[in-house]
Design a protein around this ligand. Structure first.
Ligand code: MTE
Ligand code: MO
Length: 308
């Protein structure tokens, strides 16, 4: 896979340990982070530094991120995916993009990264269950991929699907269970085109491990974690709203939008606070997970209690 190559092109060095990561990466962090997108003026980077404390952008450890997972295709147990994913094969993988687009394509991950070089994005990530983390993702903006295939006047929603392969995903072969497979998620086209929306292929400068959704997964940092669908094989553009696994499963509990919102509680628990992985104390959950400046405009006329 080409991650390392492309990654080096943006000036990063190989990263093996978090301490080294921190030392070498302080400047890179600013250059590549959400609020300091390419071309943004320096003061954006500086204000980002100031905001860091508020946003809680202290990296979660590589160990935590790769051993505490939600990946129901393997198991509903959070420690199990890391173990059960050992034989998972994210190689020889293709991603198909079709539906309402100008040119349908099927690409492998190397081809995709040749087309659109990977970059780093440090994002907060908030699971609907009330835990959170901060992850240095490596990925490509979904918008760049959609621009490559070309949108049409009918490209209004985007549907994503996880690989269906019960040989590789043991829980997909079970006749009982909590959700139906393949896992599906969806975004409105403006959400999909938002510069924050990422297709991640790595984290901490390394290729994604299977438990984190190898070889390619969605990351939508202002929405609850379940929107960030893993191990994607297809992206399909539609004219009308698409399916979403958790929303179909329990529509009163999991909305299609699923924007992080501390003032709209889950029917069974409060969403006001969250526990960062690896920490004992909880912290306040931020509206849109702290990304209001970048995304609030998309929901100006939306009743967020109704469309949760
Ligand atoms: N295909 C698939 N994608 C998925 C899930 C899943 O079970 N299957 N779980 C979701 C949930 S609930 C969360 S919180 C995140 C967890 O990502 P992580 O394990 O990398 O932290 O993945 C999301 N994407
Ligand atoms: Mo989640």
């Amino acid at each position: 896979m080409l991650i390392r190559k492309n990654y080096n092109q943006i000036g990063s060095s190989e990263i093996t340990e978090e301490s080294i990561y921190y030392q070498r990466r302080d400047l890179m962090k600013l250059a590549a982070s959400a609020v300091a997108l390419a071309g943004a003026p320096l003061f954006a980077a500086l204000s980002f530094e100031r905001e860091k404390a508020n946003r809680g952008l202290e990296l979660t450890s590589y160990d935590q991120i790769t051993t505490y997972n939600n990946f129901y295709e393997f198991s509903t147990d959070k420690e199990a995916p890391a173990r059960l994913a050992k034989n998972f094969k994210p190689k020889a993988w293709t991603l198909s993009i079709g539906g309402e687009v100008q040119k349908k394509v099927t690409l492998d991950i190397d081809q995709l990264l040749k087309l659109i070089p990977a970059q780093e994005r440090i994002y907060r990530f908030r699971c609907v269950e009330g835990w959170s983390m901060v992850v240095p993702w490596v990925g490509i903006p979904l918008a760049s991929v959609l621009k490559h295939v070309g949108l049409t006047s009918k490209s209004k929603f985007v549907e994503f699907q996880t690989l269906f392969d019960p040989k590789q995903f043991p829980a997909q072969g079970q006749t009982f269970g909590t959700i139906s497979f393949p896992y599906r998620e969806g975004l409105r086209i403006d959400e999909a085109m938002n510069p924050l929306t990422l297709l991640a292929v790595g984290l901490y400068g390394k290729e994604l491990l299977p438990q984190n959704g190898a070889p390619i997964r969605l990351v939508v940092p202002w929405k609850y974690g379940f929107k960030s669908i893993k191990s994607i094989v297809s992206i399909t553009l539609h004219e009308s709203q698409t399916r979403s696994t958790w929303n179909e499963m329990a529509p009163k509990e999991y909305g299609f939008f699923a924007n992080v919102n501390p003032s709209v509680d889950h029917p069974r628990w409060s969403q006001a606070r969250e526990r960062p992985l690896g920490r004992f104390f909880k912290q306040d959950t931020l509206m849109f997970n702290g990304y209001g400046k970048e995304v609030a405009h998309m929901y100006k006329n939306v009743d967020l209690r109704k469309f949760f």
